[in-house]
Design a protein around this ligand. Structure first.
Ligand code: B12
Ligand code: SF4
Ligand code: SF4
Length: 371
């Protein structure tokens, strides 16, 4: 590819809404499999079995697609217009992580990647495949190799120009494209992200124990949230931004320019009482086109009830009491925990006696009996 094609690729990517673009070879992350194995063998991925499947493909783009010669990595800035930590601990409101306050980035970025890929084929030929998030592709190390930034101690990609708020996507191409210079680590002695984590999820710098991460606990985890993390979760009801938000490199971050990724007013500081009343249909309507719809009403209400339990707000007792009789045991169990936090011991014990008479789910019974 000529330099001018390289320049036009950047211009075209910019016109399609991407804020960062770089190219690396398919051999750029040789040696990463040791680190992936170390992460998986230590069980740090929890129940995300899909991360452990096809390890060889994930660790090496050449195994995923032998014809590929280059990887074009794209970044889209979703920088927030306010500090996402401002809502933490807010009375009666839930905190939704920045990435989930707008439209689902998967649905936005994939068509843009395809458009860019089609443009590339029209200009220079070759064949392409596009990926965002869900394929066995290690997007962060590839983006670092393509010069978009470096993996910070929180393990996400940090850009000198854009800070931490970048979604990543990849185009694999059969063309030999000129490569960019990999970015080097600029964390230095900083450890702000490691110290900011509410659940102590970092076993070491650059090494996250996903099982302790609030993002995993509130999004990926399908079961009850383990007791040891419930208080620390506070009012975070979907994902967490603390380690990103604290990074000093965000002083260069700009507000994202893609309006579809901007926060919906209804999701900036939603009322826990309103969320607690969502049935399936209302959940689907509120979260149409949002990534939150993926976890479904029951898991979402589980999260809302943890936040209600942490609210110290007696006016929310009625919601928790009603949900202690919900059809779904995951919701009932979380409602019981919320009641255990909000009610005086005597009142809780009397409710427990009443509910235990007809509660058949072992996990929910255990919640009633725990306190
Ligand atoms: C699984 C996953 C998760 C899991 C596990 C996260 C993790 N750190 O692995 C959970 C559910 C916890 C999660 C949470 C989040 N995620 Co996520 N997630 C992914 C996914 C699908 C795969 C990541 C992966 O491969 N993990 C496996 C581990 C082994 O990989 P790794 O983190 O690169 O591990 C490296 C380090 O351990 C390093 N290492 C180990 N030892 C050492 C030592 C030294 C000295 C060094 C330098 C490095 C080093 O080497 C390993 C290999 O590179 C990617 C999409 C994709 N396909 O890549 C999105 C992705 C990483 N997530 C993303 C986002 C936005 C988030 C959240 C911010 C969402 C939120 N607000 O709640 C949080 C951030 C939490 C955090 N601190 O990481 C973005 C990150 C964008 C960016 N700028 O980096 C991605 C890329 C999705 C996307 N397409 O934009 N996520
Ligand atoms: S997203 Fe939150 S819980 Fe997860 S590692 Fe970062 S600060 Fe910790
Ligand atoms: S907060 Fe500090 S240690 Fe963490 S990623 Fe940013 S610069 Fe690196």
């Amino acid at each position: 590819m000529s330099e001018s094609l390289s320049d036009s690729l950047r211009a075209q990517a910019g016109a399609l809404g991407f804020d960062a673009v770089g190219v690396c070879g398919v051999d750029a992350i040789e040696g990463i499999s040791k680190r992936l194995d170390a992460f998986l063998d230590a069980g740090l991925h929890g129940d995300m079995d899909w991360l452990a499947n096809h390890r060889d493909r994930r660790a090496d783009p050449r195994v995923l697609w032998p014809q590929a010669r280059s990887v074009i990595m794209l970044g889209m800035n979703y920088g927030p217009d306010a500090d996402p930590r401002a809502i933490l601990g807010a009375h009666g409101q839930g905190a939704i992580s920045v990435y989930a306050q707008g439209d689902d980035y998967h649905e936005l970025i994939k068509p843009r990647l395809k458009q860019l890929a089609r443009w590339l084929i029209a200009q220079a030929g070759g064949d392409v495949k596009v990926f965002v998030d869900t394929a066995p592709v290690m997007e962060k190390p590839l983006a670092a190799a393509a010069g978009l930034g470096w993996q910070g101690k929180h393990s996400n990609l940090v850009s000198r120009e854009l800070g931490s708020w970048l979604f990543l996507g990849a185009i694999f191409s059969t063309l030999e494209l000129p490569r960019d210079t990999p970015e080097i680590d600029h964390c230095g002695s900083c450890r702000a992200c490691l110290d900011a984590c509410p659940t102590d999820a970092f076993v070491a710098p650059y090494r996250l124990d996903a099982r302790r991460c609030i993002s995993y606990l509130t999004i990926e985890n399908k079961a009850a949230i383990p007791r040891e993390f419930r208080r620390a979760i506070g009012n975070r009801i979907y994902g967490c931004d603390d380690c990103l938000a604290v990074c000093p490199w965000n002083k260069f971050a700009a507000v994202g320019r893609e309006t579809k990724l901007a926060a919906r007013e209804a999701l900036r500081a939603p009322s826990l009482a309103d969320l607690a009343r969502l049935d399936d249909a209302a959940f689907r309507a509120l979260f149409a086109k949002s990534p939150i719809k993926r976890i479904g009403r029951d898991r979402f209400l589980r999260n809302v009830l943890i936040a209600i339990g942490n609210s110290g707000d007696a006016s929310l007792v009625a919601e928790a009491e009603r949900l202690a009789s919900d059809d779904n045991p995951l919701v009932r169990g979380a409602a019981v925990w919320a009641l255990s936090q909000l009610l005086a011991a005597e009142r809780f014990t009397s409710l427990a006696t009443h509910h235990l008479a007809h509660e058949h789910d072992d996990a929910v019974r255990a919640e009633w009996q725990h306190n």
